[in-house]
Design a protein around this ligand. Structure first.
Ligand code: TEU
Length: 550
């Protein structure tokens, strides 16, 4: 039985593969991945068994933040291809039964966007400036920023612009890099523009839209100082303000005008699960990333709490969870799980901590079986299926992330998880590109982690992913209707059933545990001897009494 074919909309239980475009596959030899390269590798993704892909921003951009600084929301950057290539990619993916999710960045644009250039050219108070946040500075000569908001990339969130006369003038707000000015969502022209941009892409057939930085669009128009300990929520000057929901209600109405279950997926980092779930009410977003899983330490108590809290928060709004272990912003999980501190937190990226990659990989194998067994959708980040680790020793001159530059290197930034995919061969660039100089250098040790090297090696991470995705389609784990129920288990072991047909066991204790008799072992993250589950090992059981209520 194919659970993917039941009537539930696809986004409730899909396995979605994040294609980090500039690092996936380069077809034209410039060292940067592109749309044609992605089309050429759709067969790989179909064979892996994913239901959808999500592509990071592909729009024309000066690339001050790897494309999250958009200069034109209705076109494709020439480094990635053309609009015709984008149409061809959507069509080719659809031919293979793969849905396509694109990235939308509504909080800010590029400083090269025509609206922002016009704003800079216009005098204070002009309507062109009203699409952004321009304000006079504080201090006698306006030499101090209008308030104390910090940029998420380090330094102040304000930059002083030259007036049309060339003299220092008003300041403008950028919660990220100075090259990423924040839109003013109070302005109806901003709202109308994005409604139109959404339709532009939905008309071209994309199946979903990932919404970047979705909780910080709306600012308190008084722009008060931020209280440094201030919680996100109605009282916060820019994070999770109540007025934001009206935007997503409008977007949901637009998505609903299209056939075929177009989905809106929010990138929402909020510590409070209930505030988070408000974005998933029936007339708002369909889904949002559950980052709590990747923030969790690798231990039974914390993982169980994250799973329970996540599912409990989603249940009242009827939305599925969307689990994530890694993405293009966070330290790859093989590396996280190979350290003593196994959690992730932006404030403390911990490069250079002692690292045991074998342990990290062993835990990563168990983690993906846990994740794929949970109810909901699952996002995979390109390369995790090969067991790639964070590249921590990139030469400084190769680093491109503004997080690295704006913190003066205090934050290593995100380049280490964005290194191009190794496809084949024994030397960089491992089939990624015809150029010998991919935009970031790949480690030599990836020769053992190419798609080619891992294919048909039954012990490889890739074959574990392939087997797990195959099983997830045919077993209860992928069935959105199969309820999850915790099973009795020894301390340090997570065990749960999905419906009557499948169960997942994960041993996070220090010693081996014996799996219950009866049910067949469908898949395990390590070879088992005599039904013994070693530490940091997970197994899927099916078709027997292991799932029965006790
Ligand atoms: O990331 C958003 C982001 O960085 C925030 O979620 C932030 O880290 C968090 O609020 C810290 O508290 C997205 C993209 O995924 C990232 O690659 C971009 O650099 C960023 O937006 C800017 O567009």
């Amino acid at each position: 039985m194919e659970y993917q074919s039941v009537n539930a909309p696809w986004w409730r239980n899909a396995v979605i593969y994040q294609v980090y475009l500039r690092s996936f596959a380069d077809s034209d030899g410039d060292g940067i991945g592109d749309l044609r390269g992605t089309i050429d590798h759709l067969g790989y993704l179909a064979g892996l068994g994913v239901d959808a892909i999500w592509l990071n921003p592909w729009y024309p951009s000066p690339m001050a933040d790897a494309g999250y600084d958009i200069a034109d929301y209705r076109d494709i950057d020439p480094v990635f291809g053309s609009l015709a290539d984008a149409d061809a990619l959507v069509a080719a993916a659809h031919d293979r039964g793969i849905k396509v999710i694109i990235d939308m960045v509504p909080n800010h644009c590029s400083a090269e966007h025509p609206w922002f250039r016009a704003a800079l050219a216009a005098p204070p108070g002009a309507p062109e400036r009203g699409k952004f946040w321009f304000r006079a500075g504080r201090g006698s000569g306006g030499e101090l920023p209008p308030n104390n908001w910090p940029s998420i990339f380090g330094g102040p969130a304000w930059t002083r612009a030259a007036g049309p006369d060339g003299r220092p003038g008003e300041w403008y707000l950028h919660l990220f890099d100075p090259k990423q000015p924040d839109f003013n969502w109070e302005n109806p022209q901003v709202r109308d523009e994005f409604a139109d941009v959404l339709r532009f892409w939905l008309d071209r057939g994309v199946d979903g839209i990932r919404i970047d930085s979705a909780a910080i669009l709306v600012k308190d128009p008084a722009l008060p100082d931020a209280d440094t300990g201030g919680e996100p929520g109605p009282g916060h000057p820019y994070t999770d303000r109540d007025e934001i929901h009206e935007i997503y209600r409008q977007w949901r109405r637009i998505a609903g005008e299209y056939p075929g279950e177009r989905a809106l997926i929010g990138e929402i980092w909020l510590p409070d699960h209930h505030r988070f779930a408000r974005y998933l009410r029936a007339d708002e977003l369909h889904s949002a990333f559950s980052f709590a899983l990747l923030q969790s330490t690798w231990d039974a108590g914390s993982l169980r709490r994250v799973i329970d809290d996540t599912l409990a928060a989603h249940a009242p709004v009827g939305a599925p969870a969307a689990w994530v272990l890694s993405n293009h912003d966070v330290t790859r999980h093989v590396t996280r799980y190979g350290r003593t501190t196994t959690s992730f937190d932006f404030a403390n990226r911990r490069h250079g901590e002692p690292l045991n990659l074998d342990l990290g990989a062993r835990r990563a194998r168990a983690a993906i079986l846990l994740t794929l067994a949970l109810p909901g959708a699952v996002y995979l980040y390109q390369g995790e299926e090969l067991g790639l680790w964070e590249v921590e020793d990139l030469p400084d001159e190769a680093r491109q992330d503004p997080m690295w530059h704006r913190t003066g290197g205090a934050d290593p930034g995100r380049d280490g998880c964005r290194v191009p995919m190794p496809w084949s061969g024994t030397e960089p660039p491992f089939g990624f590109s015809a150029s010998s100089q991919p935009w970031l250098p790949q480690p030599h040790a990836w020769k053992d982690h190419t798609v080619e090297a891992e294919s048909e090696d039954p012990a490889s991470m890739l074959e574990l992913y392939r087997a797990a995705l195959r099983l997830r389609r045919s077993a209860a784990f992928g069935d959105p209707a199969a309820p999850m129920r915790w099973l009795p288990s020894p301390a340090g072991v997570l065990a749960f059933a999905r419906g009557e047909a499948g169960a997942c066991y994960l041993n996070l204790s220090a010693g081996p545990v014996v799996l219950p008799e009866g049910a067949a072992v469908l898949l395990s993250s390590q070879p088992l001897s005599a039904r013994e589950l070693a530490p940091d090992t997970a197994a899927w059981l099916g078709g027997g009494p292991a799932q029965k209520r006790r």
